[in-house]
Ligand binder design. Structure first.
Ligand code: URP
Ligand code: ZN
Ligand code: ZN
Length: 499
C-alpha cells in the first residue's frame, strides 16, 4: 500500500478493494482520473464515497458487443453508442470493445472513419474497436490493415460462417499471417457454413421453420469442426487466435486438448451459454426468436462445461456478445409472423446483465472467487486486448475505472429496468443478488443512486497496444510437436513476428 503526497479528487473509503490478487480493507484515492493511492486512512478528497460493506472492483471490460452495427444479414442493432454505453455502465462495465464492421465492397479506412464518427459524440465510457474483416483483398492486407492495427485497432474478427461474411481457409491464413507480423489478435467466429446451410435447407424443405430449428441447423458439430479447423490453421501459422462465443461442451474439450498440445488458442464465452439452453428457443410462437444467437445455447451439460472452462482457464474471457435486435420487423422478425428461423436476426442483448449474472451466479453462489470474477470480467480482457496496464486492474497508475458492488442487493430482472433499446431481456424474471451501485470511469462518477451523471460523448477512444498473450510452447516430441515447423516458416516467409 502506498500513500503519495497528492491531493485526491475522490476517495473511496472502507471498501473491500480487490487489487493484484489481494483483498484489501483500504481506501482508494483518485487524482486526475488515475488511481493515485490505495491505503489506510487516506487524506480527505474533494469528493468522498463510503463503500462500507461493498466490494470495490475493477470496472468491467466487455470485449465483445455489437453497437450501431449492421449484421451480415443486413439488420441494424437497436443500440447506438449512447444507449449501449449507458446500459454497459449501469451493469458495472467501464470499457467496451465493439466492432467496426467491414462488409464486402467497403474499405477499412472508410469503415473506421464511420465508426469513429458514430461513437465520438455519444459514448459515455471508454471504447476501442475490433475490426470485422469481410474483404481481405490485396490492398486491405498490404496497406489498410497494417495501418489500422498500428492506429490501435489491435484485434480483428473473422467469420467462418454467414455467406456474406465468411472467409475461406486461404483467406483465414492470410489474415492470421498478417496478425502475426503486425501484432494483432484474431477473433474467430467458428461455425461450419456448409453444415449449417445444408441442415437449414433440409429443415426448411420439410416445413421446419420455427425458432427452435435454429438450434438444429447450428448443430454443435458445426461449431466443433470449425473450432478445430481454426485452431489447426492458427498452429500452422503459429499465431494466437481467440475463439469467440464458445457454446458447446465438445468445443470446450477440443480447445482444452489443443492447449495441452501447445496450441496458442484462447477462447471466450458469454452469459447466454451459462444461463440459457436450446429449450428457450422452443417457446410459444415466435418468442423463441428472442433467444436465438449463433452459435445457439445448448444443453445443461454444455452449460456445465462452459462453467468449468471459465473456471480452469480454458476459456479466458467472459463477454456479452450483446447483439440487440428489437422483437419486430426492424430486428428479429423481418417477415413478421412469417419469419423462418433462417431469417431471424441472430443475437441476444446482455451488455447490462453480463456482470450481475456472473457476480450473482458465479461469485456469490461460490462457483468462483472474487479474483476469478475480476479476471473474467476485466483483467483478462485488458491483457489480451492490449488495454493493460491502464485498464482492467485496481493498481496505482491505472485509470480509475471502478465498480462498487453491493453484495446484499437483490434484483428481480425485468426489461423495463434496463437501459438498452432491445425492449426485452432473455433473463426476464431471474432473481439476482449483488449489484454495481456506483460506477466510475477515469475518476468520473458515471452511475450513482440509480442515475447517470455524465454527458454523452464523454467516453474516449482507446488506441490499444500489443496483445499480451501468454505463449504456450510447442512440445519438441510426441503429440503436438512440429519438428518441421521452423523450416516451413522459413519456406513460406513466416519469419517476422511482432514484438
Ligand atoms: O448471434 C450472434 N452471436 N450474433 C452476433 C454476431 C456474432 O456473430 O457475434
Ligand atoms: Zn460471431
Ligand atoms: Zn458477436
Amino acid at each position: 500500500m502506498s500513500t503519495p503526497d497528492v491531493s485526491f479528487d475522490l476517495v473511496i473509503r472502507n471498501g473491500r478493494v480487490v487489487s493484484q490478487g489481494q483483498i484489501l480493507e483500504a481506501d482508494l484515492g483518485v487524482h486526475s482520473g488515475v488511481i493515485a493511492a490505495i491505503g489506510a486512512n487516506l487524506p480527505a478528497g474533494s469528493r468522498e464515497i463510503d463503500a462500507a460493506g461493498r466490494w470495490v472492483l475493477p470496472g468491467g471490460i466487455d470485449s465483445h458487443c455489437h453497437v450501431e452495427q449492421r449484421s451480415g444479414m443486413g439488420m441494424m442493432c437497436a443500440d447506438d453508442f449512447y444507449s449501449a454505453t449507458v446500459s454497459a455502465a449501469f451493469g458495472g462495465t467501464t470499457t467496451i470493445l465493439p466492432f467496426a464492421a467491414q462488409h464486402r465492397g467497403m474499405s477499412v479506412p472508410e469503415v473506421l472513419e464511420d465508426y469513429h464518427s458514430l461513437a465520438r459524440d455519444k459514448a459515455i465510457i471508454d471504447y476501442g474497436f475490433h475490426l470485422i474483416l469481410a474483404n481481405p483483398d490485396e490492398k486491405t492486407l498490404t496497406d489498410d490493415l497494417p495501418a489500422a492495427i498500428r492506429s490501435g485497432i489491435r484485434s480483428l474478427k473473422v467469420y467462418m460462417t454467414y455467406d456474406l461474411m465468411k472467409l475461406d481457409d486461404c483467406q483465414l491464413l492470410d489474415v492470421f499471417a498478417l496478425a502475426r507480423e503486425e501484432g494483432a489478435l484474431v477473433m474467430v467466429h467458428a461455425e461450419n457454413n456448409d453444415v449449417i446451410k445444408w441442415l437449414s435447407r433440409r429443415l426448411l424443405e420439410r416445413g421446419h421453420k420455427a425458432p427452435k430449428f435454429h438450434g438444429f441447423a447450428h448443430d454443435p458439430l458445426a461449431e466443433t469442426e470449425a473450432a478445430y479447423r481454426a485452431i489447426s490453421l492458427g498452429r500452422l501459422v503459429d499465431v494466437p487466435i481467440l475463439l469467440v462465443h464458445v457454446a458447446g461442451g465438445e468445443t470446450v474439450e477440443v480447445i482444452r486438448q489443443a492447449q495441452l498440445l501447445g496450441a496458442n488458442v484462447l477462447a471466450e464465452s458469454c452469459p447466454q451459454y451459462l444461463f440459457l439452453t436450446a429449450a428457450d428457443l422452443d417457446r410459444d410462437g415466435l418468442e423463441g426468436a428472442m433467444f436465438c444467437c449463433s452459435p445457439p445455447p445448448r444443453d445443461a451439460q454444455s452449460q456445465e462445461a462452459i462453467w468449468q472452462g471459465l473456471l480452469d482457464g480454458t476459456l479466458a474471457t467472459y463477454s456479452s456478445d450483446h447483439a440487440p435486435y428489437t422483437f419486430d420487423t426492424a430486428g428479429k422478425l423481418p417477415k413478421g409472423d412469417q419469419t423462418t428461423f433462417k431469417e431471424m436476426a441472430n443475437g441476444v442483448p446482455g451488455i447490462e446483465l453480463r456482470l450481475p449474472l456472473l457476480f450473482s451466479e458465479g461469485f456469490l453462489k461460490g462457483r468462483m472467487d472474487i479474483h476469478q470474477f475480476c479476471d473474467l470480467s476485466a483483467g483478462n480482457h485488458a491483457r489480451l486486448y492490449g488495454l493493460a496496464p491502464s485498464k482492467g486492474a485496481l493498481i496505482v497508475g491505472a485509470d480509475a475505472d471502478i465498480a462498487i458492488w453491493n453484495p446484499e442487493r437483490e434484483v428481480d430482472v425485468t426489461a423495463s429496468m434496463l437501459h438498452d433499446r432491445t425492449g426485452y431481456t432473455p433473463y426476464e424474471g431471474k432473481r439476482l443478488k449483488g449489484w454495481p451501485e456506483i460506477v466510475i470511469s477515469r475518476g468520473r462518477v458515471v452511475i450513482a443512486d440509480g442515475s447517470l451523471h455524465v454527458e454523452r460523448g464523454s467516453g474516449r477512444f482507446i488506441a490499444r497496444g500489443l496483445p499480451d498473450v501468454p505463449r504456450r510452447e510447442t512440445p519438441t516430441a510426441g503429440p503436438g510437436s512440429r519438428p518441421h515447423g521452423k523450416v516451413l516458416k522459413a519456406l513460406v516467409g513466416l519469419e517476422k513476428v511482432a514484438q
